[in-house]
Design a binder for this molecule. Structure first.
Ligand SMILES: *Cc1c(COP(=O)(O)O)cnc(C)c1O
Length: 397
């Protein structure tokens, strides 16, 4: 097929050509005297992305899921109690992992389309007078429903009752695209991955751990080995790894961090908001459809989950978009399968790239008989982007 595939799933995201090129390297000795330069540069760059001075970034040769497991096994004891909320497939999977690893999870069930409820976290923490809860889990950006939660608000309720639990945050589809503040929010473990906002292929688990988390690790007896923080921290301190790192991914990450530095993290967040606003205009003003996210406070700037009208199957829209227009849209997962399709709008993107996704989704919906007006999504996004500035002087750059 002529032309390229339009990749608009919320991860893996488009890898910019300069990052692809940076990854095309011959293999080298990861125990050479020179290798530490690369490791140390990458770790320094990651600290800025996590917004941390005191935290320690760690890279595992895994996907984000490996970092979920590392957080649990490094910091907890067998059977420990953890508090988590469930409002989508990713928050669900982390809870499922906790249960499969034998932890006792107090689950706050939330309707899909809403985010982490600070008031219910507060109630659970307040009731926990004996401090049985050892970790509080929050999914910052629920990729399945396009919902962003307020992590700072969860930290605030923990502090308000002086609860000593560790705070673990899944920022896989937020880090580098939506603001995340490791130190300010006193996050103990931030879990992320390479293939979303960091604009890399999948294959690196990107995590950051606080001093408090590393201290907890010393007494934590949950079995662990491959994902032990200490092996990483000891080796990384002098620029090495306890086992063979993915060298192309390391070079790719170095280039990705340079790309982020050039645009500026704050500008990147603004660009994501601006692009997301255009997509939301297409959905609600153009197509007259609803987002899965129930209210503006939950709208995600990295992914929109779009509800198709009753009686239609979103999976058929996704299949049509792929087969006829070479456009990859995100599927509805689990509870929302068939009910939503998703447009990922994170990473290396601009208005016209997103126009391709909006136009393609619109054509596929029309083909499947959905009651949307031809051209309406594109017109609404166009109006938004033409009438709003990106709050960033790109023309001057
Ligand atoms: C993608 C994603 C994950 C899983 O990451 P993998 O890299 O696929 O293991 C976890 N949480 C969220 C919120 C995600 O978007």
């Amino acid at each position: 097929m002529a032309g390229h595939n339009f990749l608009f799933v919320p991860g893996p995201t488009n890898v910019p050509a300069r990052i692809q090129r940076a990854m095309m390297v011959p293999m080298e000795d990861h125990r050479s005297p020179k290798f530490p330069e690369l490791t140390l540069e990458v770790i320094r760059g990651l600290k800025k992305v996590f917004k941390t001075e005191t935290g320690t970034p760690i890279l595992f040769p895994s996907s984000g899921t490996g970092c979920w497991e590392a957080a649990l096994t490094n910091c907890l004891n067998p059977g420990d109690k953890v508090l988590a909320s469930r409002f989508g497939q990713f928050s669900h999977l982390w809870i499922d992992m906790c249960q499969r690893l034998g932890f006792d999870v107090e689950v706050i069930e939330v309707e899909w389309g809403e985010g982490a409820p600070a008031d219910r976290y507060l109630a659970a923490l307040e009731a926990d007078k004996q401090h049985k809860i050892k970790a509080v889990l929050v999914c910052q950006n629920e990729t399945a429903t396009g919902v962003t939660s307020d992590v700072a608000a969860i930290r605030k309720v923990m502090d308000s009752v002086n609860h000593p639990a560790l705070l673990f945050v899944d920022s896989v589809s937020a880090l580098g695209s939506i603001d995340f503040r490791m130190d300010e929010w006193k996050v103990d473990v931030c879990v992320s991955g390479s293939q979303k906002g960091l604009m890399l292929p999948a294959g690196l688990g990107v995590t950051c751990v606080s001093e408090k988390a590393l201290a907890a690790r010393q007494n934590a007896t949950q079995p662990r080995c491959y994902f032990d923080y200490l092996d990483m921290v000891k080796n990384n301190a002098v620029g090495y790894f306890p086992y063979t790192p993915s060298i192309p991914m390391m070079y790719g990450l170095k280039e990705a961090l340079a790309t982020i530095e050039e645009e500026g993290l704050e500008n990147i967040f603004k660009r994501h908001t601006y692009l997301a606003n255009g997509v939301r205009a297409a959905v609600t003003e153009g197509w007259k459809l609803k987002l899965c996210a129930k209210a503006p406070q939950w709208y995600s700037d990295t992914v929109s989950a779009i509800l198709v009208p009753e009686g239609f199957n979103a999976a058929q829209v996704i299949e049509r978009a792929y087969k006829r227009y070479n456009l990859s849209l995100g599927a509805g997962l689990s509870k929302v399968a068939g009910k939503v399709f998703r447009i990922g709008h994170l990473g290396d993107l601009n208005e016209l790239m997103l126009m391709g996704a909006i136009a393609g989704a619109e054509m596929a919906m029309l083909d499947m008989g959905l009651p949307v007006e031809g051209g309406s999504g594109v017109a609404a996004a166009s109006a938004y982007w033409r009438n709003n500035q990106q709050a960033q002087a790109r023309a001057a750059a």
